[in-house]
Ligand binder design. Structure first.
Ligand SMILES: N[C@@H](CCC(=O)N[C@@H](CS)C(=O)NCC(=O)O)C(=O)O
Length: 225
């Protein structure tokens, strides 16, 4: 649990899967925090001051010190509050968890984001590319309830982006990127996630989230075919 002297503040945005990762980790650890909702279309002087390199949320401020980039923040939280560990203890397992987290961000997230930005044949190609990448997660979930193994951990927190952003976006773009027939293990994993109280508490409410994603896509002129 947080020490009484800990001052923890999260600059985030309610609909951001990156910001939600940090809320999940802080909630799992029982760390009280102040949440500062940021407008990413009109960045606050505080955000620009605290994250001058990327100018992005989330930023965690612990006792006045800012930390940016969600994967870095998650590790910081795990190092600082050691109850309910997020990363495995074994060095090889830790390396593997970091490997898959990096894969989710650098490969799945980057490719999946293009699904909403493309139409027609180009969209079909990125949907296929996203499925090829997701197949690696599907295989990781054989005989495992969570990407972290027996229990929910670092990779699961990072991959909530697949469960609560990519799979929600399907309804808006009108394409089943993660069909249950092809990805039964991923669908089972999403069900397992939904049984965790911290997850139930920390994911954005579905209807508001879908309206937000739809409005943002319209603003960016992304249209369903
Ligand atoms: N690699 C970053 C990505 C964070 C990110 O993409 N944040 C978005 C909100 S979902 C943002 O702040 N966007 C503002 C911008 O791109 O200017 C992380 O893991 O923290």
């Amino acid at each position: 649990m947080a020490e009484r002297s800990d001052e923890v503040k999260l600059l985030g945005m309610w609909a951001s899967p990156f910001s939600r990762r940090i809320e999940i980790a802080l909630t799992l650890k029982g760390v009280p925090y102040d949440f500062s909702e940021q407008d990413i279309t009109n960045k606050s002087p505080l955000l620009l001051q605290l994250n001058p390199v990327h100018k992005m949320i989330p930023v965690l401020v612990h006792n006045g010190k800012p930390i940016s980039e969600s994967l870095v923040i998650l590790e910081y939280i795990d190092d600082t509050w050691q109850n309910n560990p997020i990363l495995p203890q074994d060095p090889y397992e830790r390396a593997m968890a970091r490997f898959w987290a990096k894969f989710v961000d650098e490969q799945i997230c980057v490719t999946a984001m293009k699904v909403v930005g493309k139409i027609g044949e180009e969209r079909e190609a990125v949907v296929e590319a996203t499925r090829d990448l997701l197949m690696f997660l599907e295989k990781e979930l054989v005989q495992k309830d969570f990407l972290g193994g027996e229990s929910f951990g670092f990779v699961d927190i990072v991959a909530t982006l697949v469960a609560f952003w990519l799979m929600r976006t399907e309804e808006i773009v009108g394409v089943k990127v993660v069909p249950v027939e092809k990805f039964p293990k991923i669908h089972r994993w999403v069900k397992n996630l939904m049984e965790i109280n911290v997850i139930k508490k920390c994911i954005p409410p579905e209807d508001e989230h879908l309206s937000y994603i739809r409005a943002r896509m319209e603003k960016l002129k992304f249209k369903a075919p």
